[in-house]
Design a binder for this molecule. Structure first.
Ligand SMILES: NC(=O)c1ccc[n+]([C@@H]2O[C@H](COP(=O)([O-])OP(=O)(O)OC[C@H]3O[C@@H](n4cnc5c(N)ncnc54)[C@H](O)[C@@H]3O)[C@@H](O)[C@H]2O)c1
Length: 315
């Protein structure tokens, strides 16, 4: 079962699981996901789709749970912050309850946001984070932190077999084109020939992982020996400033866009970079796709979205 399976990362995961011969139950309430993301899977004989909100209990027969359901971009998770916390916390309780009943392994899509605005670079899993508990990002950051707590308490108290991945910025085809995440923002602005918005000086850095690399990491963690619970960082340690990213996007889209600067949003981390030594050691995993290569693969998707949008408008 993949919760959030109609979302960006979830839909790639469903595809990969089907490709290796698994049966996949995709559970999603379509809050940020879309049928378009899984359209090509709907007729697959081993794929099943269930519209369900994981804040409600779920009784199904499954043998592995990937828990990805949760809006991931600030625009979406701040739109209904109470629901965001409920999805992380009530959702984790419901999915862990199901894992306990089914005696099955459960994977949690946690996030680098548990490190907040980190004072340690790069961030190892042993770093406890620097998180504002009452800010605009807290519904997401603290929700995910509480979900991790629940995973480890179900593990210690009920012997549930858990796998917790801390995911760093990921990009690729099927990302929501208008959700304010930096890669999709820059590509859309460049393709539309609009100015590219840089917050602050643009010297804050991020590391970007291509979605295929991430999904490979998910599956390796899920299939790892029971002793490996995580939390384990999954991300690409290559570090780029926002200015460098914007320039690369402009080059690859052959755009004439200029850069415009706007004030930094509150609690925006200055630097975020994963320490992936644990993933290398325990999972023999590291990202293979460079930013240039990944952007080259992702850009055609956004071009297609724009073409379809134009067709819809024309129609
Ligand atoms: N994309 C990233 O860079 C990134 C980074 C860190 C962590 N993550 C985590 O990975 C997971 C997937 O992220 P994504 O980028 O694919 O986001 P996404 O918004 O594309 O996908 C999330 C999916 O969860 C569904 N969903 C939300 N609330 C739900 C609920 N209550 N019940 C059922 N379904 C629900 C949405 O409809 C959507 O299909 C999330 O848990 C996110 O926090 C993503």
């Amino acid at each position: 079962m993949v919760t959030g399976g109609a979302g960006f990362i979830g839909s790639h995961l469903c595809e990969r699981l089907l490709a290796r011969g698994d049966e996949v139950l995709c559970v999603d309430n379509f809050y940020t996901g879309s049928r378009a993301n899984i359209e090509s899977l709907l007729t697959h004989p081993r794929f099943e789709l269930m519209r369900h909100d994981i804040t409600m209990p779920l009784y199904v027969e499954v043998d592995q749970i990937y828990n990805l359901a949760c809006p991931a971009s600030p625009i979406h998770y701040q739109f209904d912050p109470v629901q965001t916390t409920k999805t992380s916390v009530h959702g984790a309780i419901n999915m862990l309850g199901l894992a306990k009943r089914m005696k099955c392994r459960i994977f949690q899509a946690s996030t680098s946001e548990v490190y907040g605005d980190p004072e340690v670079h790069p961030q190892p899993e042993s770093y406890w984070g620097h998180v504002n508990p009452i800010g605009y990002r807290s519904c997401y950051d603290e929700g995910k932190r509480c979900a991790e707590t629940l995973f480890f308490d179900y593990h210690r108290q009920h012997k549930v077999d858990i796998k917790v991945a801390r995911i760093f910025n990921t990009y690729g085809p099927k990302m929501h084109p208008n959700d304010g995440r930096v890669v999709s923002n820059f590509i859309m602005q460049a393709l539309l020939g609009r100015p590219i918005t840089i917050y602050g000086e643009g010297l804050q850095t991020r590391s970007f992982c291509y979605v295929d690399d991430l999904v490979e990491g998910f599956m390796r963690l899920m299939d790892s020996p029971a002793g490996i619970t995580g939390p384990i960082n999954l991300g690409n340690p290559g570090e780029f400033t926002m200015i460098e990213l914007a320039q690369l996007v402009i080059e690859l889209t052959h755009s004439k866009s200029s850069l415009v600067h706007q004030p930094l949003p509150p609690d925006d981390p200055k630097q975020r970079r994963p320490d992936i030594r644990l993933a290398k050691e325990k999972l023999a995993w590291e990202p293979k796709v460079s930013l240039r290569e990944g952007l080259t693969k992702a850009i055609p998707y956004f071009e297609q979205v724009l073409r379809q949008g134009r067709r819809a408008t024309a129609a």
